[in-house]
Design a protein around this ligand. Sequence first.
Ligand code: TYM
Length: 334
Amino acid sequence: MRILSGIQPTGNLHLGNYLGAIRNWVAMQDAMGPEDECFFFLADMHSITVHEERAQRIANVRDMAAALVACGIDPDRSTLFNQARVPAHAELQWLLNGTARIGWLNRMTQFKDKAGKNREGVSIGLYVYPVLQAADVLLYQATHVPVGEDQKQHLELTRDIAVKFNTDFGVDLFTLPDPIIPKESARIMSLRDGSAKMSKSDPSDMSRINLTDDDDTIMQKVKKAKSDPDLFPETAAGLAERPEARNLVGIYAVLAGTTPDAVCAQFAGQGFGAFKPALAEVLVESLRPIRERYQALRGDDAALDAILVKGAQRAAAAAEPTLRGAYDALGLMR
Ligand code: TYM
């Protein structure tokens, strides 16, 4: 297995990232056999699709590197790096721009969501973003890509690009990757709106739990989280039309290592007022050790940079054969 995934270093790591993706990264790293390899990276090249100040961008990369290590990514076992230090990503993207079709990109729902009504005013980078993502994955011959539900379409596009390139140039260069999407926490929703996913770009900080939030903040956010006045049903099927309630029960179930059905059985007949303190507690207990490790790591810029530099060297070496193969297939001499 070649396991690979990325995260944009913008804003804080939040509970959606953690439960949707990072927990799986750590689990796959920890279960890895001697033949397997893990690549995890900060998609800083992707992050330029929206404006950010220089100093903030530099800080964001270190923040996210510290957060991933705090969550359990071990830079000795996994290759942890930032994209900008491995130019092969940008190079392969350009080569794949010859293969990706405008019609395919026009169907990307994430672009439509992010551009909103401002389609003419957003950057070209935001539009071609999924081609860079395809390059990220294909460069390393990744077989398994642990992501949340919202990245599924980008991985389907990645497969389409790989198949078309291999076919058009008569090569067997790119491996088709499989997305690994968690069953229970593929899509963690906003605490304020059960129809919107939890996101770094939501203007309200009350909508998400950040991995850096202190215990009091977590408790306040859970207390104020939107729920409904109905009582707990006997089974999770009774939550089908109650998106906010379903989301909170789902979060609890994943963190407590149980199932939504078991949570409903435990709280059946009670209101959300009785459940929220239990949810706050499991969140506080789960996130506190991560936050403490994060704070210890975040103070040492040089150590974080050293991790990323070393990871980038390993990544660049792993990427080189595929990049060379792509130039060669196209008949480009370097
Ligand atoms: P990003 O930075 O938006 O999110 C990182 C990971 O977190 C998952 N995620 C969620 N999962 C469940 N519920 C949520 N509310 C939630 N919000 C975010 C995302 O699905 C993702 O797995 N384009 C990617 C970064 C990327 C990438 C790649 C991923 C760039 N190249 C190559 C995989 C492979 C992104 O913006 O993720």
